[in-house]
Design a protein around this ligand. Structure first.
Ligand code: MG
Length: 388
């Protein structure tokens, strides 16, 4: 039985991980669960999955939970704050930590888990973009696996099974293209409402806007480059509106291996949980006759400058991807608040990235500092209206 901890069990990924756990009965046991403030949901998860320990953001919520567990005769350790996350990440009985907490708290707990020799499944692409090489190097030196949860990266991971990395020619990362890949009107007039209307996926607001600017694919290209230790030039983005081929790997002999399935996040989650095994799943079987055709297009880097910025940031290296990701978060929030135009998102990110001074000595703090610097810088640009 695989024993896991889920950091961020109240979010959409966390809920789907727990769904997979219940459907693969007896295969996985949940040792630890951490949520932010959703105590009621956590209580029902405790009843159903019987973890040994839980963690919540505030100490007052932890007190409330302790009382509740006593009244209900449930033996459980209750922690809180960053310390609580760290405690859950290093529980001796745990084999794998599912990391789906965004931001620096998430990154810190990933690092702690790896140092304690736990495998990690990373659902938070920002931490891989922010400090991907650092995380991967740490994983190698501790002999642990980093398992991808993003559907594209799970696909690449599956296409690389049993193959030699040195024989990969390129990774073909597919993208649905978002709502505007065929849009031929003025991009600067795109409204928040238009941008939030994604044709294929239902997601959070930040990632929906990132899908509209294609920054999401830029982040994923960097993620692929670090996860599979492949130069960014060997990661090619392919627009594939049907979202059936989740990504492909081309080898030096000309073979291209693809992973196809209906789109359901529970499949990459289950694969990370059961790897290297495969178990039956409840996802909708792929019906190729119903789908009929699969299309592939080249993305236009001029129309979607965020792609060019992502490739530039990856090549520049150091903490530049961290700066890009943080500036994007600030710019997307400003767009959602109607403070800037759709086309300003890329301009703000580019300006922030190009103003960042690269540092030679990289430690974990470098990424946190770069992140903070980028947020402040991008805020200032927006406040001053300094967007060319
Ligand atoms: Mg994805």
């Amino acid at each position: 039985m695989k024993k896991i901890t889920i950091l961020g069990s109240s979010g959409s990924i966390g809920a789907q991980v727990l769904d997979v756990v219940s459907k693969t009965k007896g295969y996985v046991s949940v040792e630890g669960l951490a949520v932010g403030a959703n105590i009621e949901l956590l209580k029902s998860q405790i009843k159903k999955f019987k973890p040994k320990a839980v963690s919540v953001s505030s100490s007052s919520a932890a007190q409330n939970l302790k009382k509740w567990s006593k009244t209900n005769n449930i033996k459980i350790a209750v922690y809180s704050g960053q310390e609580g996350l760290e405690k859950l990440a290093i529980m001796p009985s745990v084999d794998m930590v599912f990391a789906s907490i965004v931001g620096s708290a998430g990154l810190q707990s990933i690092v702690t888990a790896i140092k304690e020799k736990k495998d990690v499944a990373i659902a938070n692409k920002e931490s891989l973009v922010m400090a991907g090489k650092y995380i991967m190097d740490l994983a190698v030196s501790n002999g642990v696996s980093v398992l991808p949860i993003d559907s594209e990266h799970s696909a690449v991971f599956q296409c690389c099974n049993g193959e030699k990395k040195s024989q990969i020619k390129k990774i073909l990362l597919t993208a649905s293209g978002g709502p505007f890949y065929r849009y031929d009107k003025d991009f600067s007039k795109i409204t928040v409402k238009q941008a939030l209307d994604h044709p294929t996926w239902e997601m959070g607001k930040k990632i929906t806007i990132d899908s509209a600017t294609l920054m999401n694919k830029g982040l994923e290209a960097i993620e692929a480059s670090v996860l599979f230790d492949i130069p960014i030039e060997k990661v090619e983005i392919v627009i594939h509106p049907q979202s059936i081929v989740h990504s492909m790997v081309e080898y030096i002999d000309g073979s291209v291996i693809a992973q196809l399935s209906s789109h359901d996040m529970r499949l990459p989650i289950q694969y990370a949980l059961t790897y290297p095994e495969r178990l039956p799943s409840s996802i909708k079987p792929l019906n190729l006759f119903e789908i009929g055709k699969l299309e592939f297009y080249k993305p236009d880097f001029n129309k979607f400058p965020c792609l060019a910025i992502a490739y530039y940031s990856a090549r520049r290296g150091g903490a530049t991807p961290a700066v890009m990701s943080a500036a994007d978060e600030v710019a997307v929030a400003a767009f959602l608040n109607k403070k800037i135009k759709f086309t300003d998102i890329a301009k703000i990110v580019e300006k922030t990235v190009k103003s960042h001074k690269i540092s030679k000595n990289i430690s974990l703090d470098t990424f946190f500092e770069a992140d903070l610097w980028a947020r402040r810088y991008a805020q200032k640009l927006i406040k001053k209206g300094d967007i060319k």
